[in-house]
Design a protein around this ligand. Sequence first.
Ligand code: GLC
Length: 437
Amino acid sequence: MRDRAIEILNANWRDGYTIPSKNLYPYQWNWDSGFIAIGLAHYDMDRAQKELETLLNSQWENGFIPHIIFHKISETYFPGPNFHRADLHPLANKKYPSTGMTQPPVLGFVLERIYEIAKNKADSLRFIKKNIDKVYKNHHYFYKHRDPNNEGLVYIYHNWESGTDNSPLWDPIFETIDAPEYNFERRDTSIIDPSERPTKREYDYYLHIIDIAKEHNYSDNKIAEFSPFLVQDPLFNSMLIKSNRSLITLYKMIGGNEDKIEQLERWQVKSLSSFNSKLFDEDLSAYIHYDLRNDKPIRLVSSSSFSPLFAGIPNKEQAEILVKTMMEKFGGKDMYLCASFDPTNSKFNPKKYWRGPVWINLNWMLYQGLLDYGYNDLANRIKSDTLEILEKVGFYEYTDPRKTIYKGKVKGYGGSDFSWSAALYLDLVNNQPTIRT
Ligand code: GLC
């Protein structure tokens, strides 16, 4: 399995970055690169550093880091650079064509993780020192431009920014949007079984939201004012909070930088407090998303609801509540942990993308979060479920949470030879302590 994982990462390596999956995702994706760098760090630190540097090179003048960087034009992906037109934004990176949206800010904790993995700590710290300000600048962008009410909670303006693209979480928002019917040629559904991918109508909404942002040249202020999709996402904000914490740790190791440390600590206090007062739903016993455009909570449970464990956000009682919810809704004995959407909800679909299947990156986070809170048995169950699935089907993009279907020859879903599944497998089997003290 290890050799196979390395083989996949090597095959998906392009000149300076790793594609998530051949044909289906032929460019560099933001949070994918973060997870991939962690896997690369276990066997080729130079390449891990290069992966991150290439991503950071695509940063805009205002600190923004895009979700896809279109290094070379590919015919197998839609929508490409000509649809996104990120260059409409006056501060867009002139060298790297990209989308005008971003993805969960993983880079802070990725830097810390690769430092932990590094055998040559001095070299790793040099690398971090050289690049950490770019990550800080990215956090500054989020707090300055994505938090119109000054709550310490940043918004996403497109479902693709969440990383959980077609989750049923977004359905109630799409019902409020009057999107036209677009004429376009999807490429993904000629590569992957359409029953595993979003529908054409969903794509209409995705494109329409981008068109609205384009009408405003991707201005953050205008997007905050006019985008029909504006959400405070607990997964996205957990990544930011986790990364804030890592940046504080790393700056302290580097020395100096007191002003940045203080600023990060101020953001952190505000973010943590709003996160717990606004996004924890007592009745659902879980963290939820908040629809900022329509000013109402999205009262649905998904694997994102548990991601705050990874960022140390819940107190002990809240963590206990989350674990109970996870076990009751997601943890039945016939289920692999952790489905991406509430298996007891009628919208749960075990085969369709973010509407139910298990995703390795979420499991990787939940495993560590549960360990941090001392839930060692449950953490180890997530880890062994993850390894068992991967051993059964190989390194797919997502997999079925129902144990009952794993008889005879089973397949995963979506892209095969998927980079972050391979990368995080390497991290899970290589360097993770099983019990933390
Ligand atoms: C899908 C996933 C997203 C990921 C991308 C590339 O769009 O939903 O999270 O970044 O594929 O792998």
